[in-house]
Design a protein around this ligand. Structure first.
Ligand code: COA
Length: 279
């Protein structure tokens, strides 16, 4: 594994590891609470890695015992209280730009690796990632109700998109915490594993994704996010258009090879193995 000293600052670490970019929120002494400085750096990182060949899969995680303790209550909220609305809007815009606008439509597969505390504002980038794996004992909470704020920053949106109406209301209204196992049971994360297995399992999943045709993967994941808001007729047309786009962008060769392997050569059956094609 190699570390790069790119000019994006001390609040975000980036390590490249054979196609995987491990992107770490790095304010462990503040439990990786997201302040404006971290948000600015993270936006630069997200932008840079979108077109960086060293990043095939983007993994978002946190330094130390925390994924992220939400927005920084002092620097994101209290310091900006009473600031002109232009300042407030600018600070918010930088946060939302990386936390969901860019990440949700990211051109690479993204995985949130939830290693510990995950509160409030941290739900947004965690849910904006395509997939999420948590440590079984990671602690999640929508603590906003305790702070006299409601879960803005699209936290409410992220929550209702993942854990269902009753669960979303329950945890939003009570502020009670839950662990990684419960997060997996509710569909907030894909799975929960013991902390000591977390990095290996995440790497294994990332490697599976790296073995797929990236044009198809990109089309498939973006389509999933779009069709949710379409009716069946529009969705059907859109999906064929996206399929055509993926074939045009390089998936045709992959499709030909996989079909030949299955139909002619009888060397591949998707029910029992993966078809690996990195083109
Ligand atoms: N904003 C600003 N600072 C935060 C923070 C946040 N969201 N979360 C933690 N910190 C700071 C603490 O103020 C403390 O700073 P200090 O060392 O200068 O006193 C430091 O991080 C360590 O926090 P501490 O509470 O001592 O750590 P812990 O390991 O005992 O507990 C948490 C970790 C995450 C359970 C606890 O810090 C917490 O409940 N944080 C608030 C989380 C939250 O409600 N986030 C949603 C915001 S909308």
């Amino acid at each position: 594994m190699t570390s790069h000293n790119e000019p994006w600052g001390e609040n975000v670490l980036v390590e490249f590891d054979d196609g995987i970019a491990w992107v770490t929120m790095n304010r462990p002494e503040k439990r990786n609470a997201m302040n404006p400085a971290l948000n600015e750096e993270m936006l630069r990182v997200v932008n840079a890695l979108a077109t960086d060949d060293r990043c095939g899969v983007f993994v978002l995680t946190g330094a130390g015992e925390s994924f992220a303790a939400g927005m920084d209550l002092k620097e994101y909220f209290r310091v900006t209280d009473g600031a002109p609305d232009t300042v407030l809007l600018s600070v918010r815009r930088i946060a939302e730009e990386w936390q969901w606008r860019r990440l949700r439509d990211y051109p690479k597969p993204t995985i949130a690796m939830v290693n510990g505390w995950c509160f409030g504002g941290a739900f947004t980038p965690m849910v904006a990632c395509d997939l999420a794996i948590a440590a079984q004992d990671a602690v999640f909470g929508l603590s906003e109700i305790n702070w006299g704020i409601l879960p803005a920053g699209n936290v409410t949106k992220a929550t209702i998109e993942t854990i269902g109406y009753r669960n979303a209301l329950y945890y939003t209204m009570t502020g009670e915490t839950f662990d990684g196992r419960k997060a997996a049971a509710m569909g907030l994360v894909n799975e929960a594993v013991p902390l000591e297995r977390l990095r290996d399992r995440t790497r294994e999943l990332a490697r599976t994704l790296l073995g797929k045709n990236q044009a198809v993967l990109r089309g498939a994941k973006l389509a999933m996010k779009r069709v949710k808001y379409m009716d069946w007729e529009v969705s059907a047309d859109y999906l064929y258009a996206k399929l055509g786009e993926a074939l045009h962008l390089g998936a045709a060769e992959n499709r030909g090879k996989a079909m030949k392997a299955f139909l002619d050569d009888k060397t591949f059956r998707p029910g029992v193995e993966h078809f690996q094609d990195t083109k």
